[in-house]
Design a protein around this ligand. Structure first.
Ligand code: HEM
Length: 139
């Protein structure tokens, strides 16, 4: 199977798994299950960065994904929102880990974790729903 087909199929699996895990993690946070929410968010953030690395690798293969011109604005929107969500999530994870290390730290991101968490998780879910649409566009 060519690398980009493999990448598309892997993307679909990751997108569906991530939608389920993100929704579950949000629920865990709402019910105050901090430890499991924490573990899941760290895991999801790490896998999301690995996914970006895989995307960059496949785009360097001889026959990368062919994107029709009319889809380009959508792909840009998808990518920009996805990056905002991922950079935001990474910042939230680091802020929390920092607070665990330096107990007295009083970071803005931690004080408003709930607000930012809701924004980034929503953008992240939007990106993954877009991922399902992309699969339909490219396969
Ligand atoms: C080390 C990582 C993390 C830890 C320890 C952690 C911990 C917590 C805790 C204790 C809460 C309860 C409320 C509060 O403290 O303000 C919470 C809520 C929340 N977190 Fe996290 N979190 C982490 C990462 C993230 C990330 C990366 C996101 C999203 C991208 C996120 C999204 C949320 C949301 C949406 C809520 C609010 C749930 C609601 O009431 O709607 N968290 N988190």
């Amino acid at each position: 199977m060519p690398e980009h087909d493999l990448f598309l199929n892997l993307s679909l699996v990751w997108t569906l798994v991530a939608i389920i895990l993100l929704s579950f993690s949000w629920r865990l946070a709402c019910y105050g299950n901090r430890l499991r929410h924490r573990k899941l968010m760290i895991f999801l953030t790490l896998v999301a960065w690995a996914f970006i690395a895989l995307y960059l690798w496949q785009s360097r293969q001889p026959r990368p994904l062919e994107i029709k011109e009319e889809y380009i604005p959508w792909i840009i929107l998808h990518g920009v929102i996805g990056l905002i969500a991922l950079l935001g999530a990474t910042a939230l994870v680091f802020a929390r880990l920092w607070q665990e290390k330096v107990r007295k730290s009083d970071l803005h991101l931690n004080r408003h974790h709930r607000l930012y968490g809701r924004i980034f998780i929503t953008l992240w879910l939007f990106t993954h729903i877009g991922g399902v649409i992309n699969y339909g566009l490219f396969i």
